[in-house]
Design a protein around this ligand. Sequence first.
Ligand SMILES: [Zn+2]
Length: 365
Amino acid sequence: MSTAPIAAPASADLLRRAPKVELHCHLEGSVPAEVAVRLARRHGVALPTADAGELYRYEDLEGFLAVYTAVSRALATPADLAEVTHACLVASAAEGLRYREMSFNPTNHPSMTYRQVLDGVLDGVRSARAETGVDCRLVVAVNREQPPSVALDLVRAALEHRAEEVVAVGLDHDELVGPPAAFAEAFALAARGGLHRTAHAGERGDAAEVAAALDALGAQRIDHGYAVLADPGLLARCRTDGVHFATCWSTQLFHGGDGSAIAGMLEAGLAVSVNPDDPPMFGTSTGEELARAGTALGWTPGQAQQGVLAAVAAAFCDEGDRAALAAEVRRGFAELLAPPAVGWTAGSGTCASAGSGAGPGPGTG
Ligand SMILES: [Zn+2]
């Protein structure tokens, strides 16, 4: 009786180079510390420290959000937003990023109107796309620490100043402040205006937060959502309804997790992707995040591809773009896994290999 070969786990190197699709990454969390310090100095914005080596050290979520808010204020002009948006997308494209839905917090840049913020971000998105081919769509993030009326005004502005890249609204910031239901009116308006909905829930909050995001906000995806494991009924509902959970490996560890929640969600049959959240602020990156999660969870290349395709399935794009993206991801993995073409160089008697050089195979060394 023959047994199927057991696929080996993917190497960190392969995962760093694999094609990637991200649904949970914050623009304001994607500013390298040196850039934040430089822009803050230029605009006279106070940061908790002017030492770039110390800026992204915090004890808890409150400490992180204080830095996040200050760094957001340091992005004070459309040109700043264009620079940061372009730079983070180009850097991530070099680590395999093909498509990202990136959140931005317009109200965290009080020196600018919504239109100015949007124009700066779009400038960066479009220049990065022209340069690298990476496709970035945008999620207008509601800061739940602000009153619901601010959220409503923000959604109105998003609908007034439409851009094809803006595909959704999201609920952000401290989960323990401001119940999701308080933002129901803003999210309903967004839905009527044709915007998708996502929400941070179940990271620090409990399973009821996840349920409230689904029921009160009509969220189609959940950012994080680890608490769903505590409620079997809700978990079954999310599995049946195909609710996608855009999880984040490094920030989950920061909050005291050990990865078991993400493993448990996968074992429970939920739709899960791994995303970098606020990459430089937590010492990670597009490539590093998949490498850390994939190696810790022992993913085979096939399982890693499955995770990326889960993100493709939950992307807020049309079906034509989704099919093209899925094909691109499959092609990228196939290229990484293909054994290098090997042939004898005529006359020299030496063995020459060509191709990507990815993965062990005959003739490599
Ligand atoms: Zn997040």
